[in-house]
Design a protein around this ligand. Structure first.
Ligand SMILES: Nc1ncnc2c1ncn2[C@@H]1O[C@H](COP(=O)(O)OP(=O)(O)OP(=O)(O)O)[C@@H](O)[C@H]1O
Ligand SMILES: [Mg+2]
Length: 250
């Protein structure tokens, strides 16, 4: 199952979700591949492991696939394809030239789908060629959001993008909205939360990821949060999210 985390709005928790969910799913015994499709590379920075190979080469079909099957880190069943310097120029070429390439990532991942239980793709905060490729490749699109004034604008843009993808591939993409970085104490947010719950109830994950300061501490250390703070509230919630995702797969 390929899951892409996407939202054109920046700083909503895409990278944290891919990284934390990846660790939680791997800890349940699943084979998980993390793919950093953001030229900004923040997922890559937090993995910082040697045995990872670059997405730019993967998209070109260059490296031997066997190289992917070296664990990316201490977790034996967690693997990664990382963002590298060449990714930005590849990204520009995806939507230019005579033939735009929307299915390139999907085609490349097809050869790996049966070797992993989950392939999790992180995307940049833009409507770029890599974001589109990640949407086309996804069996499930996870849209992290915060309940705040701008959320509906951001969500309607994302849903437009999903519809565009649907039109190209002639079937409906599945998407689920994840409330991430939720601050229970902020009263104003409750208003937006109840609107989201009413309007998007069918598409909301039951699990809510609350604001957990340990997540920021871990990302500033450049360490995967689940490894640093396995017992913190955010880690518990990401484990619940992993359970919810596992139940969707069945
Ligand atoms: N639940 C949370 N509680 C507290 N801080 C969080 C939480 N989730 C993410 N953060 C922090 O918020 C910041 C943005 O998160 P993250 O990088 O995951 O967002 P993003 O959507 O990937 O951003 P970008 O669009 O720039 O790629 C990071 O510093 C991260 O550590
Ligand atoms: Mg990110």
């Amino acid at each position: 199952m390929v899951i892409s985390a996407a939202n054109m709005k920046g700083g909503v928790g895409k990278t944290t979700t891919v990284l934390s969910l990846g660790f939680c799913l791997a800890m349940t015994g699943c084979r998980v591949l993390l793919v950093d499709a953001d030229p900004g590379g923040s997922l890559t920075a937090q993995l910082a492991e040697e045995n990872s190979f670059p997405l730019s080469s993967f998209l070109k079909g260059k490296p031997a696939l066997s190289e992917i099957f070296k664990p990316a880190c201490a977790e034996e069943n967690l693997f990664s394809i990382v963002s590298d310097r060449k990714l930005a120029s590849i990204e520009r070429r995806l939507l230019s030239g005579e033939k735009i390439k929307l299915f390139l990532l999907k085609k490349r991942l097809a050869s790996l789908k049966d070797k992993f239980d989950f392939i999790l793709v992180d995307t940049p905060p833009s409507f770029s060629g890599l974001t589109l490729n990640a949407l086309f490749a996804a069996d499930l699109i996870v849209i992290p959001v915060q309940p705040e004034f701008t959320v509906f604008h951001g969500l309607s843009r994302m849903i437009d993008a999903v519809r565009l993808v649907d039109r190209y591939r002639n079937n409906k993409s599945k998407y689920q909205i994840l409330l991430a970085m939720y601050d229970r104490k902020a009263d104003k947010r409750k208003k937006y939360l109840s609107i989201i719950e009413k309007r998007f109830s069918r598409f909301l994950f039951k699990t809510v990821i609350e604001n957990d300061p340990n997540i920021k501490i871990a990302s500033n250390l450049g360490e995967p949060f689940i490894r640093c703070f396995p017992e913190s509230a955010g880690a518990v919630q990401y484990r619940l999210l992993a359970d919810e995702i596992l139940s969707l797969k069945d």
